[in-house]
Ligand binder design. Structure first.
Ligand SMILES: CC[C@H](C(=O)O)C(=O)SCCNC(=O)CCNC(=O)[C@H](O)C(C)(C)COP(=O)(O)OP(=O)(O)OC[C@H]1O[C@@H](n2cnc3c(N)ncnc32)[C@H](O)[C@@H]1OP(=O)(O)O
Length: 291
């Protein structure tokens, strides 16, 4: 069974519109979004790289992200993807140089259509997705973290839905997703205040699932160490069989987006796709005990 995001209808049939917006956005230059995949571990890394603007997303980068998600949709060996920012800073959100050129309501709508499509396709991937937040995740950067299955932070990192201070609401799907993660009351507090949420508070709120611990052997200011610590943490999921992991993610996606009856039917199909498969046969033969 193809449990990829292509099975889900995302933003209707809007490919021509998205292509059109992407062509327009390639004029807003600066920075890169870079993908590396490892077929052995099944883990991909996406690096947001525009540190001179604190990894703000330019129009070009928004478009690059769309291509990267397409590549991940087609990566059949994949289990997980980690998104992080270069030089220990997640992302300062929309590139204000790009944003300043989009100064009317219709322009805002077009940016939102592109970024909704990106983030919904990201969330719909058959891979576990993790936002690794070092430094700050602000505005659209905070929204990006909500499109991932898990958020992992370093102890001194902060997440800020600062939109209200800029006179706008969330626009890339982060508002609705934050409500799904925190519930309406806490999400309102976070968005209405526009305050920065530190790692401890984020953990207590249920906004992040893991804080990379500040142990004596770990220098959490070293980005490579932080990324490898995140890989280490992910391993307790990714050590499992890819097909099974992707089936479970498919069930979660079905429950996220479909009416219950349809989602339950999908669960039957995912179950049938792994039942009797190699991982199932092996586990049965090994007479596994869960002690
Ligand atoms: C729906 C999405 C939403 C929208 O489009 O409405 C957005 O995401 S809007 C963007 C929200 N983000 C911000 O408003 C960030 C504002 N910037 C800051 O708060 C700080 O610059 C900070 C905390 C990101 C970094 O502080 P730090 O002390 O580390 O460095 P500097 O302030 O000196 O910044 C270095 C350099 O980066 C430029 N910069 C930072 N953020 C952006 C950005 N989002 N777009 C473009 N450029 C950005 C900053 O201006 C500095 O450049 P310089 O030429 O040295 O002045």
């Amino acid at each position: 069974m193809n449990n990829g995001s292509k099975k889900l209808k995302i933003n209707g049939n809007c490919e021509p519109l998205i292509d059109n917006i992407r062509r327009e956005y390639s004029d807003y230059k600066g920075g890169t979004v870079e993908l590396t995949t490892d077929d052995t571990t099944g883990i991909a890394n996406i690096c947001i790289n525009a540190f001179e603007r604190r990894n703000a997303l330019s129009g070009t980068m928004m478009s690059q992200l769309a291509d990267i998600i397409t590549q991940l949709e087609q990566w059949e060996q994949g289990k997980a993807v980690i998104i992080y920012g270069a030089n220990g800073f997640f992302s300062s959100g929309g590139d204000l140089n790009t944003v300043r050129n989009i100064d009317n309501s219709e322009g805002g709508r077009r940016m939102a259509v592109l970024m909704h499509n990106n983030f919904t396709r990201l969330q719909a991937l058959p891979l576990l997705s993790v936002a690794l937040v070092e430094g700050k995740a602000l505005g659209g950067g905070a929204e990006l973290t909500t499109a991932c299955d898990f958020r992992v932070m370093t102890p001194d990192a902060e997440i800020g839905f600062v939109h209200i201070k800029l006179g706008v609401s969330t626009g890339w799907g982060g508002g609705c997703r934050l409500v799904q993660i925190l519930g309406p009351c806490k999400a309102l507090d976070v968005m209405m205040s526009g305050r920065l949420i530190g790692a401890n508070e984020a953990l207590n709120l249920g906004l992040v699932q893991h804080v990379i611990s500040d142990t004596s052997t770990t220098d959490t200011t070293d980005s490579n160490t932080v990324l490898s610590k995140c890989h280490e943490w992910l391993n307790h999921y990714t050590r499992h069989n890819a097909q099974t992991l992707r089936a479970i993610k498919g069930i979660v996606n079905a429950a996220r987006w479909l009416p219950l009856e349809e989602a339950l039917n999908k669960e039957v199909e995912y179950f049938a796709s792994v039942w009797g498969g190699p991982a199932h046969q092996k586990a049965l033969a090994n007479n596994i005990k869960h002690k």
